[in-house]
Design a protein around this ligand. Structure first.
Ligand code: DQA
Length: 143
């Protein structure tokens, strides 16, 4: 099994960005942890980050050629990008939306996800564990 983790805008700034909300783990450390978790479950895992909506859309379009499933944190695009919602709908491999923070406990504009409905479900508020829970689910789903 081959899983792609997609990180959207501003997630390259983890560790520096609002640590009281997102913690002090850098994206590099988070990715290394996810790679270890995947390896321990016999799964291949790649990570990708972009701040650009168009690049994220292209990555999603091409993902099924290489990957069996996607874990995706679209950052602020989650709340308004119909283009990313449509891109996710276009591909049929399993997708799980994740968020480090609990978007439902934050500002009202973060309560809505326009992209979650294009995924199997959403895991929000568990920090790095949101990604690991998604990984565990996708591995189970493939068995
Ligand atoms: C986030 C939540 C979004 O509202 C925010 O814009 C982010 C990060 C999270 O992981 O908690 O960039 O997706």
């Amino acid at each position: 099994m081959n899983i792609l983790v997609i990180h959207g805008p501003n997630l390259n700034m983890l560790g520096v960005r609002e640590p009281e909300i997102y913690g002090d783990m850098t994206l590099e450390t988070l990715n290394a942890m996810l790679e270890r978790e995947a390896k321990s479950r016999g799964v291949e895992l790649d990570t990708y980050q972009s701040n650009s909506e168009g690049e994220l859309i292209s990555k999603i379009h091409h993902a099924p050629q290489v990957y069996d499933a996607i874990i995706i944190n679209l950052g602020a695009y989650t709340h308004y990008s119909i283009a990313l919602r449509d891109a996710l709908k276009t591909i049929t491999i399993p997708k799980v939306e994740v968020h480090l923070s609990n978007i439902h406990a934050r500002e009202e504009f973060r309560h809505q996800s326009v992209t979650a409905a294009s995924c199997i479900g959403q895991i929000s508020g568990f920090g790095a564990a949101s990604y690991i829970l998604a990984l565990i689910y996708l591995v189970e789903l493939s068995n």
